[in-house]
Design a protein around this ligand. Structure first.
Ligand code: PGA
Length: 257
């Protein structure tokens, strides 16, 4: 007998700096019961990535629930004279089990290189925080058919260190979020055909590297309740990184359901 199992996806809310501290607390308080119910009924993983300040209080509020908390960035350093930075170790103590790195907005704002991001990746692995590594091409690269080349470049240092120095002692989820920069916050989305090609390629790349890593592939960029249905059909996709549509609980709920 053939049984059809519904695929489960992970939903990661990247709140960026769209809420103030009080609004983040308010979101958690007013949607606490609904978030837990949503998690239970859909059995999807729900990870909220607020600003640094809200990580600790949110992880306390959602303690003993299945709603998880992540950060939006971390320092590439372990400790030292790095004014304004937050270490992976601090994030771990504050209750973040996940951390976005290499988002196109931080790459641009802080002029981050792929080797900076590889160092952040290593920091996260050493404190057993699941990295959510963002990669993606810009519009010009997309138009010139240079997507795979760009992604290869962005993954190279990470894969090299996993194959050489980096030790992942026991199984850890590691996310790769493919987010074309021309799609983030613009309402322009990739075609399902394009995404099928990219995710099949990404899947093959990650399967070559297993070393205690449970790879999960995400798509991000203008995902909403109207286009999510098409994306959910993509074979190797495990979830979504949501910006704008994670700020409105009703929209967020529709997407997850
Ligand atoms: P968006 O953002 O959903 O608002 O396009 C996604 C992201 O930047 O992670």
């Amino acid at each position: 007998m053939v049984t059809s199992m519904k695929k489960k996806f992970d939903f990661i809310a990247n709140w960026k700096m769209q809420f103030n501290f009080d609004e983040e607390m308010q979101f958690a308080a007013s949607h606490y019961d609904n978030l837990i119910k949503l998690k239970q009924t859909t059995e999807s993983k729900i990870i909220l990535c607020p600003s640094f300040l809200s990580i600790y209080p949110l992880s306390k509020i959602f303690d003993k629930t299945n709603i998880e908390v992540g950060a939006q960035d971390c320092s590439k350093h372990n400790r030292g004279s790095f004014t304004g930075q937050v270490s992976a170790k601090s994030l771990s103590f504050a209750g973040a089990n996940y951390c976005i790195i290499g988002h196109s907005e931080t790459r641009k704002e802080y002029n981050e290189s792929d080797s900076d991001i590889a160092q952040k990746f290593a920091q996260l692995i050493s404190y057993r925080i699941s990295p959510i590594l963002c990669i993606g091409e810009n519009e010009e690269e997309f138009k010139e058919n240079k997507v795979i080349g760009r992604l290869t470049q962005q993954l190279e240092k990470i894969f090299n260190q996993i194959n050489s120095t980096l030790k992942v002692s026991s199984y850890l989820d590691v996310y790769i979020a493919y987010e074309p920069t021309w799609s983030i916050g613009t309402g322009n989305v990739s075609s399902v055909d394009h995404l099928d090609t990219i995710f099949s390629w990404l899947y093959k790349q990650t399967q070559k590297i297993q070393d205690h890593i449970n790879w999960k592939l995400l798509y991000g960029g203008s995902v909403d309740s109207k286009n999510i249905g098409d994306f959910k059909k993509i074979e190797h996709l495990n979830g979504f990184l949501l910006g704008k549509s994670s700020l409105n609980f009703d929209e967020f709920k529709k997407i997850i359901e």
